[in-house]
Design a protein around this ligand. Structure first.
Ligand code: SF4
Length: 362
């Protein structure tokens, strides 16, 4: 079989190859994805100690899959003040948080200058905290709001102390599906352009893909290949994050939900197609921690972080509202036969945990 030969010889995979991967049985696919993962990262499972902050859920957009924004199904609008955000950061910093991950809805009352003020103040008070903030969808929204071009917005973000960009807002790049699930949001080519501009400033970012809703496997492959093209030019993506669609409290009609096998297949395929993106993240908030650990044997090498508070996926039904305790993370990684590695936001290794860190073994 041609695809098996290509996998054995570690050749770059094209669109047709990627479709053929979906026809392989899960364990054959997992075998090759795991070989690739192990050749890159051995038995290491990366995570960081981070805090998600979502300053507002009041949004001008109406993405069908979204359960986070305040609307008829989520009638609890909120908007943090600058002081409230600073208080969250201060408390998190005392607990040893190293990264804040700030993403939000599109709300004119939280304009670009509000964020810039918040970021500058955070950097002045907590210079060691890594600020990962503003998705490409937010960059597009804020640029449009202020009649700035993307580069001007990006330069203001960098000046304010934003260290890296999260990968959100990518959803699915196929224009037809995108029009259906999130009409009005940043377009695919704009999302890719913003990340490419960010990378050209010497900065890193991540890239997500929302799957398991109305898209087909062809759309997932197309999505990954568009990311691979940008990465060939810039090298600026640290991680690819396939996000499993959460089914509650939204307006997207989905007939068939993905099971664990399809989720694992997509993670494994992403490891094999995205040969130029270093890390594949099994984002435990959308897969459950258990499946995210299994995914570590199917190509993933990262679990994301402890998160502390999570509002976006949990609004859609995920059991992630209160994050994960560090010890629970360590226990599950070690008892699964892997080595937990705390990393910073740019994947520098901060601490490799030995077996004694496991509560079971102590
Ligand atoms: S996904 Fe983001 S942009 Fe879309 S409705 Fe939800 S908060 Fe708004």
């Amino acid at each position: 079989m041609k695809i098996l030969e290509k996998l054995k010889n570690q050749k770059r995979l094209n669109y047709e190859d990627a479709l053929a991967l979906y026809e392989l049985d899960l364990f054959t696919l997992g075998h090759f994805a795991n070989l690739k993962r192990t050749s890159m990262w051995g038995k290491k499972v990366y995570f960081n100690i981070n805090r998600h902050i979502n300053p507002t859920n009041i949004c001008k957009d109406i993405c069908k899959f979204c359960a986070f924004s305040a609307n008829r199904k989520n009638p609890n609008p909120y908007r943090y003040t600058k002081d409230e955000v600073l208080h969250i950061v201060e408390e998190a910093f005392k607990r040893g948080i190293k990264e804040i991950h700030v993403v939000s809805a599109h709300n004119e009352e939280h304009d670009l200058y509000w964020y810039i003020d918040v970021f500058k103040t955070i950097k002045a008070r907590f210079p060691t905290i890594h600020i990962k903030a503003l998705t490409a969808a937010e960059v597009h929204f804020l640029s449009t709001l202020h009649d700035l071009n993307y580069e001007e917005t990006i330069e203001k973000m960098i000046e304010a102390g934003v260290d890296s960009m999260p990968g959100g807002g990518a959803e699915i790049f196929d224009e037809k599906v995108r029009e259906y699930v999130c009409k009005g949001k940043v377009k695919s080519n704009e999302w890719l352009e913003i990340h490419e501009l960010w990378h050209k400033k010497g900065k890193f970012s991540n890239a997500t893909m929302l799957f398991g809703h109305v898209e087909e496997k062809e759309h997932r492959i197309d999505h990954m290949l568009r990311l691979r093209d940008v990465q060939d030019r810039t090298g600026g993506f640290n991680a690819f994050i396939p996000l499993v669609y959460q089914r509650d409290n939204n307006y997207l009609k989905v007939d068939n939900f993905l099971g664990s096998q399809d989720i694992l297949k997509t993670i494994a395929i992403s490891r094999l197609i995205l040969d130029n993106i270093p890390h594949i993240k099994a984002y435990w908030a959308t897969t459950t921690l258990g499946l995210a650990m299994v995914a570590q044997e199917f190509g993933a090498d990262d679990l994301d972080g402890t998160i502390e508070k999570e509002a976006i996926q949990s609004a859609g039904g995920a059991k992630s509202a209160n994050g994960q305790a560090l010890q629970d993370f360590l226990d599950v990684i070690i008892t699964s036969g892997f080595v937990p590695v705390e990393r910073d936001s740019l994947y520098n290794e901060l601490k490799v945990y030995e077996e004694s860190a496991c509560g079971v073994c102590q």
